[in-house]
Design a protein around this ligand. Structure first.
Ligand code: CDP
Length: 237
């Protein structure tokens, strides 16, 4: 039998519900196999932060026309943090990695992410980042809209209660205030908006592998993902 010497360079798309551990899984895999990791949600979060800072929200209502006029002023990119080796989000030249993770952004991001012109701009950027392959990207529509031809697609899920608990623990560990009830409500609300929006809704691609990680440890899910990668990249155990 013919054996591959060089592993095949591929695109890995990881989609799933809010706070189900996509980024933990994606980052770890990228680090282990020397791929670039891109958090597409961070890009929607950065645009949302821009809207908040420029008063484009009146309560929950977004001034969509005003945002459309300003789209060319919004530049989102990533820069590698040399200390952690991980990419951090840059909005118009400023590192906003911390600011995009708070509840103010979480409560509004799904509204911004449902807008067609926002998605068109960010999806084009994401596709450009993946042109050379060797990339792990997580989000909601990576296997369906951004990289429909990705060689490995994962759809991750877990119960809303497990997801909310994990997010609260993560925020508490970072010293952020977090109420379980508030986070659970936010997780459910974002799932609903993400699944029912007209443009590129959250759904499992027909050829995505489904993983429910409600009862899995991080080590177990990393091991499972590494196995899938080896299989698709043609690396023998
Ligand atoms: O908090 P969590 O890590 O689950 O979410 P995220 O990956 O940071 O994404 C934040 C929000 O951005 C999601 O709830 C979606 O509304 C939106 N999003 C999207 O619409 N498409 C993507 N590819 C990624 C995120």
């Amino acid at each position: 039998m013919k054996e591959n010497i060089e592993p095949r360079k591929i695109v890995i798309a990881i989609d799933g519900y809010a706070s189900c551990g996509k980024s933990t899984m994606a980052k770890e895999l990228a680090r282990n196999i020397g791929y670039i990791y891109i958090d597409s949600g961070a890009m929607y979060r950065a645009v949302t932060l821009y809207c908040l800072r420029h008063n484009l929200f009146e309560g929950e209502r977004l001034l969509v026309d005003e945002l459309q006029r300003r789209m060319d002023e919004i530049e989102v990119s990533f820069a590698l943090n040399p200390a952690t080796g991980r990419p951090e989000t840059i909005l118009n030249g400023e590192n906003v990695e911390q600011d995009i993770r708070g509840m103010a952004v979480s409560q509004r991001v799904s509204i911004v992410a449902a807008i067609g012109f926002v998605r068109r701009k960010l999806v084009a950027l994401q596709q450009a980042l993946g042109r050379e392959k060797g990339i792990v990207m997580d989000g909601r529509d990576i296997g369906t809209a951004v990289f429909p031809d990705a060689e490995l697609k994962i759809f991750l899920t877990a119960s809303p209660e497990v997801r909310a608990r994990r997010r609260v623990d993560e925020m508490t560990a970072k010293g952020q205030d977090a109420s379980y009830e508030e986070v659970l409500h936010n997780v459910k609300e974002r799932d609903h908006i993400d699944e029912t929006r007209a443009v590129d809704p959250l759904r499992r691609a027909d050829d995505a592998l489904l993983l429910d990680n409600s009862a899995m440890t991080i080590a177990e899910q990393n091991e499972w993902l590494m196995k899938q990668y080896r299989r698709v990249a043609g690396i023998r155990e």
